[in-house]
Design a binder for this molecule. Structure first.
Ligand code: GUN
Length: 285
């Protein structure tokens, strides 16, 4: 059994970007810049945003965090986004989700300039991913998972892959990227019948259900590849959607929580921001 070390792989990616960025910065006279908007006080979101900003500092990017009140109107949030769209020091804009219920998430995501949408959530970038136009940005979590498969030489061609979860952030884009890798993909959700039976047949499982230790050793077959996207807090401790202790005894590859998919999501955000920076430099030549 091999533990897929997302922390180490993300570190490797960040080191490469840091190096390339410091050389480019000297030439163009400005740093790559990421702006993160956070609305309200959701404690998980606060931690995620802090880690994103820390990663920017780690690679030498410029970053700003815009903290907005829970009760901000959609109109005022849109006007903050507009300012960042027009700010030439900012290459990437990210609005941390979820947003308060009175705000229409899709309106907000689509107000971000598609060229600065480093989350890869804008309708234009989703469309580009769908047809394989590589000028767009891929959503960070599924892109990070694909990088892990590549790093560990896990070939997906013809494999039966089960994705649990159908969110816009993970499940749906993950499915598209797996299809592109020629996998046979089945997408399950909380209403899926006989989930355990389906799990037992899968060669690869990507779990993004948000349900702590949902997947047990008896649910999976010997040699399965497990990617655990879940980040759940139980009694103050982080755990994934997979019972790591038990399932790791049967898996050929497995990601831990923490230290698996989480750091890769952040590495992909930095990678997308750097891609946007380079695209802008090339445009202005
Ligand atoms: N909330 C949970 N994951 C994400 C993410 O990848 N990006 C944003 N913007 N919000 C999130």
């Amino acid at each position: 059994m091999t533990i897929i070390d997302g922390k180490a792989l993300s570190e490797k990616i960040l080191i490469e970007i840091e190096k390339e960025h410091s050389e480019l910065e000297k030439k163009v006279g400005r740093k790559a810049g990421l702006a993160v908007i956070i609305v309200g006080e959701n404690s998980a979101s606060q931690i995620y945003v802090r880690n994103k900003i820390k990663a920017c500092e780690r690679v030498g990017f410029y970053s700003e965090t815009i903290r907005l009140d829970e009760n901000i109107t959609e109109e005022n949030l849109l006007s903050e986004i507009k300012k960042l769209n027009n700010n030439s020091n900012i290459d990437g804009i990210l609005v941390q989700l979820p947003l308060p219920e009175h705000i229409d998430e899709l309106n907000i995501v689509n107000a971000i300039s598609a060229e600065k949408d480093v989350d890869g959530f804008h309708t234009t970038n989703i469309g580009k991913m769908m047809i394989g136009d590589e000028s767009g940005f891929l959503p960070c979590t599924p892109a990070g998972v694909i990088q892990m498969f590549e790093e560990y030489n896990i070939d997906l061609k013809g494999k039966d892959v089960l994705v649990i979860g159908q969110s816009n952030i993970v499940g749906k884009p993950m499915t598209l990227l797996l299809i592109k890798k020629r996998a046979t993909v089945q997408v399950c959700n909380s209403k899926t019948k006989n989930l355990s039976e389906k799990l037992q047949k899968a060669d690869v499982i990507v779990a993004a259900a948000g349900s702590p230790k949902l997947i047990k050793a008896t649910d999976v077959k010997e040699g399965v590849v497990i990617i655990d996207v879940g980040i759940n807090r139980v009694d103050g401790k982080l755990c994934g959607d997979v019972d790591f202790e038990e399932v790791s005894k049967k898996a050929s590859f497995i990601t831990p929580v923490p230290g698996g998919v989480g750091p890769m999501t952040i590495a992909m955000l930095i990678k997308n921001t750097f891609k946007s920076y380079k695209q802008k430099i090339n445009k202005s030549k």
